[in-house]
Design a protein around this ligand. Structure first.
Ligand SMILES: [Ca+2]
Ligand SMILES: [Ca+2]
Length: 331
């Protein structure tokens, strides 16, 4: 059988192609396997952490992560090699400010000189979430910053002041109040129509926590009698003499288990004129979601202070509880 003779030019071209294919077949270049998708599984986005946090990262599909890097902001705090499926690292904040916000990032990096990467980021807060920063409006004790955090069961606050009180539970020491609108309705609770010497910005507070000279107590607004009435429930109180901050917590069930509340903080400085009030914020209110994102340990209790409830302190004319029938209206 005769084979048709190919033109010389085509034979040469075919040979060149064969040589080219042979070179490709022996190339040492291996394809780069795709990285698995990764996700930060814990903590949840927006979490408020304690003194340390364990960060868990999951690979969402099969594969090995050649290198897994953990960052807080731009700081690399852990690197793990050849991660399979799930991995964790611990961050210990050092010199972080209370209430500071940080971006936590996990970055999966391929083995070929960092050319290929996947990342996931969340936001976290250190110890507390900052709700309000208030200016220094007097020489006496006045509000500086208000913080909050909540777990599924507890709602906790930290209040800092300019100036230091001497005796927390004496007149002229501290008389601080935190007002909560738990039904988000300014027409219920204490309103402008009620016969009391103050209104709480644009809030219709249904509950209040009093701390200091009027006794450390949780109150509710009695609509029938138009007055604050005591409830049990102040927990984990950290309130001492000769300092400028307090921390306390309540059971969320004590205020009806709301999902969101509006908040105004107030301080009554009894050391000078006994009429000087300070509000945070100065106008309006703070909105706060009780989303259970605090994952740190509970506030250390001062001795046997858990579930502390007192009504000690003798109410005076100008107090958060007082009404106009006491004869004086400082407004
Ligand atoms: Ca202030
Ligand atoms: Ca209300």
């Amino acid at each position: 059988m005769l084979t048709p003779r190919l033109p010389i030019s085509f034979v040469l071209l075919s040979a060149a192609l064969l040589i080219g294919c042979a070179e490709e077949a022996v190339s040492p270049q291996a394809p780069i396997p795709p990285l698995p998708e990764i996700a930060i599984a814990y903590p949840p986005d927006g979490a408020v952490i304690g003194d340390s946090v364990v960060v868990w990262v999951n690979a969402l599909d099969d594969g090995v992560i050649p290198m897994l890097e953990y960052y807080v902001d731009d700081y690399l705090f852990a690197v793990h090699d050849n991660v399979l499926a799930a991995d964790s690292a611990v961050w210990h904040p050092e010199d972080a400010e209370l209430g500071s916000r940080h971006v936590l990032t996990a970055r999966a990096v391929s083995a070929d000189s960092l050319s290929f990467e996947l990342a996931d980021s969340i936001e976290i807060y250190y110890q507390w979430e900052l709700l309000a920063a208030d200016s220094n409006e007097s020489d006496g004790v006045n509000l500086k910053r208000v913080f909050a955090r909540n777990s599924d069961a507890a709602l906790e606050f930290r209040i800092e002041t300019y100036g230091t009180w001497a005796s927390a539970h004496s007149w002229g020491g501290l008389d601080c109040a935190l007002f909560w609108d738990t039904d988000l309705d300014s027409s219920t609770g204490l309103t402008v129509d009620d016969t009391i010497w103050y209104t709480v910005n644009d809030l219709g507070p249904d509950f209040a926590a009093l701390l200091g000279a009027e006794g450390d107590s949780l109150m509710y607004w009695d609509e029938g009698r138009d007055r604050w009435t005591g409830l049990a429930g102040i927990e984990a109180l950290s309130l001492t003499d000769s300092t400028d901050y307090l921390e306390f917590g309540i059971a969320i069930t004590a205020i009806g288990s709301p999902e969101e509340i509006n908040i105004v903080a107030a301080n009554l400085d009894g050391s000078a004129s006994a009429t000087l009030t300070d509000w945070a914020p100065d106008a309006g209110h703070i909105s706060y979601r009780l989303d259970g994102t605090y994952i740190g340990p509970p506030i250390p209790s001062s001795g046997e202070g858990m579930h502390r409830f007192t009504t000690s302190g003798t109410p005076r004319t100008l107090t958060w509880r007082a009404d106009r029938t006491n004869g004086r209206n400082p407004k």
